[in-house]
Design a protein. Sequence first.
Length: 142
Amino acid sequence: MTSATPVQKFPMTADEIDRLVAAFYQRIRAHATLGPVFARAIAPDDGPEWRAHEAKIAAFWRNAVGLDRGYDGNPMRVHVENPQVMPGMFSVWLELFGQTARDVLPSETAARITALAERIGDGMRYAVTQRGQTRGVPPRLH
Ligand code: HEM
């Protein structure tokens, strides 16, 4: 059973999430390594597809922080199934995320959401590293 009022992990408003997400994907679009991966998956230029992506990501973060339960996706699978997402990109993504958070949020909030992103990112990076092992080959049991 899910609770109607989830417990918030740390103080952060939906407005702060919106500001972080807008600033982060603005930097992503301009980024030499990450920009092309997103351009291909979302849209080559800023526009309505990007607003839809940012709305989905804001819902993801509101869910992750415990503000609401409006996100119902499977980010792990999305990254594993996108062959352009490589394990070495996670440190770059996380560095850019942390820098953006420090630029647009109060320092304590920036530190908390960056730590959360790092935990989620570590799990995704591991799954991406393993993707060749689990697709189309029998499991290695020992
Ligand atoms: C290597 C670093 C990363 C890259 C290159 C990357 C790239 C992408 C791209 C291109 C999409 C669009 C969907 C698609 O591929 O079809 C996406 C979606 C998404 N990303 Fe990432 N991402 C990275 C790391 C992360 C991390 C660390 C998080 C969370 C902390 C995250 C959260 C999400 C979420 C929630 C979605 C939406 C999934 C859905 O469709 O429900 N990403 N990402």
